[in-house]
Design a protein around this ligand. Structure first.
Ligand code: AMP
Ligand code: MN
Ligand code: MN
Length: 315
């Protein structure tokens, strides 16, 4: 164990109550990392809850939803707070105040420019997921069972796009093999999280694709407005729009804007521009090839703004 790992071990040993939290609008990595960490801490006798916003039912294939706290956040003053897969305090949403009150704090993350303050900071921008970072801790601490394994596996596959992205390493596959040996129903987890489509969301997905437009050099962009949501009586947001676009031939950068009540959420993907750095300048964050940020402007103006910036980066 290195110094930081030893410090984490001591902080966990000293704590009775632990709060584990992931980023707002949680994805497979945030959910998987949080639920795996919570199950491990539960096994070693900690009083643990997880703070995560509501998430899509496709993630119910990840065991451990019962760790998610439904009570009043003001009532929480944990001995230890662990932030997972969040890069800025805003990304923790309401949980950021709980972090401020905690007696000790730790974080695991793999985003560029992590700016969350914590007593113990474990940041590895080369890690393919936060779940694989959490795995290293959990594997030292307990014997990983099929349920904890499934949660870690969910994070691994979500953030690597099913072992496709360039962030995938031999170690990612070695960990996946170990999880398979622990009895994880990998095929079920993989298809629920990465392939399953929702009938309710298909019309909105079609609307987004019908509006895809292109700009030089090799940029594709599209958006969904609140009017689209109303017109199509959509109940949730479609997944995979930006991934569809980046996998279109002749496209090396993709922009997808989703207008919500609070603002427009932008999703960026690129093989040629460091979108993580660009998103960070615009108040968001992410990784080199996948990033996001939120703006007040509505589409299509919000999209035009970012397309211009992406063009300027390549001129
Ligand atoms: P998404 O396009 O939502 O799949 O996000 C791609 C990546 O960017 C993920 O790693 C997110 O954690 C990160 N990201 C998305 N939106 C934001 C934001 N507003 N602030 C910081 N990071 C973000
Ligand atoms: Mn995430
Ligand atoms: Mn992640």
């Amino acid at each position: 164990m290195n110094e930081i790992e030893l410090k984490l071990q001591k902080a966990i040993d000293a704590a009775n109550s632990v709060v584990v939290a992931g980023h707002v609008n949680p994805d497979g990595d945030a959910i998987g990392a949080c639920l795996a960490m919570a199950a491990c801490l539960d096994k070693v006798g900690k009083d643990v809850v997880v703070l995560l916003e509501d998430y899509d039912s496709k993630y119910d294939v990840i065991p451990g939803r019962h760790y998610i706290y439904q009570g009043d956040y003001d009532a929480l003053t944990p001995d230890l707070f662990i932030s997972l897969d969040a890069s800025t305090p805003d990304r923790l949403g309401k949980a950021a105040d709980v972090m401020k009150r905690a007696k000790a704090t730790a974080l695991f993350d793999h985003h560029l420019n992590n700016s969350i303050e914590a007593d113990i900071r474990i940041v590895d921008t080369s890690a393919s997921s936060t779940a694989i970072m959490v795995y290293s801790y959990i594997d030292r601490r307990i014997v990983i069972d099929a349920d904890i394994g499934a949660a870690i596996y969910a994070g691994l596959i979500y953030d690597t796009g099913g072992f496709r992205h360039r962030t995938t390493t031999p170690e990612t596959l070695e960990v996946a093999a170990k999880l398979m040996r622990a009895g994880v129903q990998f095929s079920k987890v993989y298809s629920s999280i990465l392939f399953e489509k929702s009938r309710d969301k298909t019309p909105l997905f079609a609307r987004a694709l019908s509006r895809v437009a292109y700009a030089e050099p090799e940029i594709a962009y599209t958006y969904i407005t609140r009017e689209d949501m109303e017109e199509l009586r959509a109940v949730g947001y479609p997944d995979g729009v930006v991934d569809y676009m980046i996998n279109t031939n002749g496209v090396n950068t993709a922009v997808y804007a989703l207008q919500k009540e609070e603002g427009t959420e932008m999703s960026l993907r690129s093989r040629v521009v460091n979108v993580g750095e660009l998103a960070a300048k615009l108040g968001g964050g992410g990784h080199k090839a996948a990033a996001g940020f939120t703006v007040k402007d509505a589409p299509p103006e919000a999209v035009e703004m970012i397309v211009k910036k992406l063009q300027a980066e390549q001129s």
